[in-house]
Design a protein around this ligand. Structure first.
Ligand SMILES: Cc1ncc(C[n+]2csc(CCOP(=O)(O)OP(=O)(O)O)c2C)c(N)n1
Ligand SMILES: [Mg+2]
Length: 665
């Protein structure tokens, strides 16, 4: 019989050989965590390699994503559609084994990791999703949602601040099905961590309210098994298993050293490691009996079949819940969604309310929430400012499910948790804070965009219009800088109708996240006809056509500056200048429209002016060098919002003057 060390040595061999072949990568972590991986994946993880999308699988997150070869080896060995050729092509163009694990590219990769600490926060999000869905759908005798979330993490993840944010919240929420395995190897890139990381990690996590299993020998299979069993037995708190490991275990001269972290071991060391491990097989050759022992296809198929049986019984006993569940995990919107949206858009238009767009966002939640039970979200301690609590919000707490999350003051953790919820399936998550603090969370927004997931980010207080809180809180560069993130749709709607349309577009989009930017201050309602309401979903449209002939100038505006454009158009008309106003709530969506539409909205050769209370450079793309931009290229000031608009010359008069300047060129 093959021993468990032989099985974990298969991981070590694949990792060191793939890194050696690529002459790039991280052999140390996979070799150090191989025994932990064998224990989790062969003795605890419930998954089906033939169906990586099986809903009730345990989730597995490799937060220390530089050890990607560990995950690729596991996926390959257990029988996922990841061939040995893909392992050979580690880190090569268009292989399924990229440098760091990428969601959507490799079957079985649950989230993209590499930016340290975020995988851990994603795992917290997955565990929250499991909690919420279990509470919503499980019925006596039918625990159709019932899985663990396992996460591997290293010193780097724990040094990152986001680990505090996410794990602190996980402790408060008592996420009992979350199990972390900490690779306590005392090494990070710069060497032995004792010079920069001396936390008492077990006590840190105990203080968060976690169940901590300290001092586990990460190379002792029996100890690891016992720790995992203990972790599963504690169901009211997340568990952290602190595993003492040796980085690059098995490598005669590089084990235990930072040298093994992020570069190939070298041919001589690889050969010496083979000898030391007693692994006498050529590179990329795994003996049949080792494959057989790793193969999880039969057990996985049996597990899924068992669950399918349970689900069939559930569907009989609770047909309505079962069909709702099926819709939800497929990410489909509810039947009648389109009709409902048309109805509430119509009602919102008829109401013609002038309110702050953050209030319009809350109205949108009130209008969409009742038909969209998958909506779950919250704010980073700004619920009363972000307006994220609607009448159907029920807090998810220690002992309950729910659809509202009090994230606390944890913007980065919140956004990465939102990503984890989105990745889990079954829910559409949102997280909210002030737009200015989107910077705190920025890399999580980037990861949502890279993964192209349906994660929604609500950012209110989106300009100097917020007023007295001053420059620390006033967004200047934020809208423009978020628009630089590929695949992230940034909506900055101007009134109640555009705000609702933005929410609808963000919810309907299946291939990427959205940031929804809302004002603190009131913004005038804009009347529209049916075609204009419909056109909002195109990202930019003609809101007010030039009167009395073809437009001589186009004024492009977003959000709270749209009324200024409308005012300037009127003022210019008084002087016989025909200006059209284009409302551009989402530039990336507008950019995706066909050339004919874009030309119809922004005709070539017509003078252009843009107005937005933010940095001006971004708008050059639309107005060209001959156009004009009314905006603000310095930090704001502490004063009432209306005064600030005057002080910074973001006014009807200045927009009108800018049009005349552009026309004079
Ligand atoms: C946010 C972030 N910062 C920096 C890095 C670069 N980086 C990759 S691994 C690593 C050290 C991680 O140490 P540890 O988790 O202990 O990994 P080990 O060397 O033990 O495998 C660093 C700084 C990163 N991937 N993500
Ligand atoms: Mg380490």
């Amino acid at each position: 019989m093959t021993s468990r060390s032989e099985l974990s040595n298969a991981i070590r061999a694949l990792a060191m050989d793939a890194v050696q072949q690529a002459n790039s990568g991280h052999p140390g972590m996979p070799m150090g965590m191989a025994d932990i991986a064998e224990t989790v994946w062969r003795h605890h993880l419930r998954h089906n390699p033939a169906n990586p999308g099986w809903f009730n699988r345990d989730r597995f997150v490799l937060s220390n994503g530089h050890g990607s070869m560990l995950l690729y080896a596991l996926l390959h060995l257990t029988g996922y559609a990841l061939s040995i050729d893909e392992i050979r092509r580690f880190r090569q163009l268009h292989s399924k084994t990229p440098g760091h694990p990428e969601y959507g590219l490799t079957p079985g990769v649950e989230t993209t990791t590499g930016p340290l600490g975020q995988g851990l926060a994603n795992a917290v999000g997955m565990a929250i999703a499991e909690r919420a869905l279990a509470a919503e759908f499980n019925r006596p005798g039918f625990a159709v949602v019932d899985h663990h979330t396992y996460v591997f993490l290293g010193d780097g993840c724990l040094m990152e601040g986001i680990s505090h944010e996410a794990c602190s919240l996980a402790g408060t929420l008592g996420l009992g099905k979350l199990i972390g395995c900490y690779d306590d190897n005392g090494i990070s890139i710069d060497g032995k961590v004792e010079g920069w990381f001396t936390d008492d990690t077990p006590r840190r996590f105990e203080a968060y309210g976690w169940h901590v299993i300290p001092n586990v020998d990460g190379h002792d299979f029996a100890a690891l098994d016992a720790a995992l069993a203990a972790a599963k037995a504690v169901t009211d708190r997340p568990s952290l298993i602190c595993c003492k490991t040796v980085i690059a275990k098995g490598a005669p001269t590089k084990a235990g050293s930072a040298k093994a972290h992020g570069e190939a071991l070298g041919a001589a060391e690889v050969a010496a490691t083979r000898a030391a491990l007693g692994w006498n097989h050529p590179a990329f050759e795994i003996p049949r009996e080792i494959y057989a022992a790793w193969d999880a296809r039969a057990s996985g198929a049996a597990r899924e079949a068992e669950w399918n049986g349970l689900f069939a019984g559930y569907a009989k006993a609770h047909p309505a819940e079962a069909s709702e569940f099926t819709r939800r995990i497929g990410g489909e919107l509810p039947a009648g969604w389109r009709e409902h949206c048309a109805k509430v858009l119509g009602a919102t238009r008829a109401k013609a309310e002038t309110v702050a767009t953050r209030k319009a966002s809350l109205n949108s939640l009130e209008l969409l929430g009742p038909v969209l039970p998958e909506l779950i979200g919250g704010s980073a301690d700004l619920a009363g400012s972000n307006y994220t609590i609607w009448s159907g919000s029920k807090p998810l707490a220690r002992a309950s499910g729910g659809n509202y999350l009090y994230f606390g003051v944890r913007e980065f953790g919140m956004c990465a948790i939102v990503n984890g919820i989105a990745l889990h399936a079954g829910l559409i998550p949102y997280g909210a804070t002030f737009l200015t603090f989107s910077d705190y969370a920025r890399n999580a927004l980037r990861m949502a965009a890279l993964m192209r997931i349906r994660a929604l980010f609500v950012f209110t207080h989106d300009s100097i219009g917020l007023g007295e809180d001053g420059p620390t809180h006033q967004s200047i560069e934020h809208a423009a800088s978020l628009r630089l993130i590929p695949h992230l749709d940034v909506w900055r709607p101007c009134d109640t109708v555009e705000s609702l349309a933005a929410w609808i577009a963000a919810i309907e989009r299946r291939d990427g996240p959205a940031a929804l930017l809302f004002s603190r201050q009131n913004v005038a309602f804009q009347p529209r006809d049916d075609a204009q309401v419909e056109a909002i979903r195109r990202g930019g449209y003609v809101l007010a056509e030039a009167d009395g002939g073809a437009a001589q100038a186009v004024i492009i505006a977003t959000g709270s500056e749209v009324p200024l454009a409308i005012g300037a158009r009127r003022a210019l008309a008084g002087e016989g200048i025909r200006a059209r106003v284009v409302s551009m709530p989402c530039t990336s969506v507008f950019d995706r429209q066909d050339a004919g539409y874009r030309e119809a909205v922004l005709p070539e050769g017509v003078a252009r002016v843009a107005v937005e209370a933010g940095v001006t450079d971004f708008w050059r793309k639309y107005v060209g060098l001959d156009g004009e931009v009314v905006g603000i290229d310095r930090y704001g000031e502490s004063a009432p919002g209306p005064e600030l608009y005057k002080f910074f010359d973001i006014t009807v008069e200045n927009v009108a003057a800018a049009v005349k300047r552009a026309l004079a060129r």
